[in-house]
Design a protein. Sequence first.
Length: 244
Amino acid sequence: MPRDTDPITTSVWVRPSRARRGEQPTLSREQIVHAAIELLDAEGIGGLSMRRLGAKLGAGTTSLYWYVAHKDELLELVLDEVMGEIELPDPSAADWRSAVSDAVRSVRAVILRHTWMAGLYGTHPAIGPQSMRLSDRLIAVLTAAGFSGLELAHASSLLMSHALGSAVMDVAMHTATTLSGKDANELVQQLEPYFDRIAEEYPSYTKWWSQNKDADMEQMREEGFEFGLQRLLDGLESWLRSDG
């Protein structure tokens, strides 16, 4: 019978803890999780297997299954662990925008530090202790700002989506530069002959391109993230002032 793939009922955080029998292993769940994060940071999702993790820890695969039932459970554990690196917003902050901005920036920074997160975010319920701590703080900050009900959830989702979307694009660019051995500016400049050929067909785009082709891609991505974040906050603040 295939293993149940319902992400809720199979979540390590939802189901009762498994009974442990027999001799205590020499490893701990914390050791396994930290080693898995190191492996993921070095080699990505494709480089993680229970066999390779066991080899890294100098233990047999059976020892790992004493603490984690399968790879999906391990991924839930590591994802929640790195969520603990996100800066928690302060509910008592006088300026809710600054508090939320710092948290959103931190979400993006953590994903860029652990690029494998981009492919996992949302595939498992974010209900582990680290994720819940972040959610609880965000709710407290947004409640103090004046949000309530479903509008609070929408505002939080909007801001987190901006952090995730920006990070996913940055991770994609990082992958492209790593594979090509060229930086982002070099990759973009290679498009110049192509845009010259299609200038008449797409005049608005190519005019903009010619005026901005020397922009620094790294700086543009950072500025673009900040521009989007502040415009989202402008809109949310305006909505609050208009009483929704």
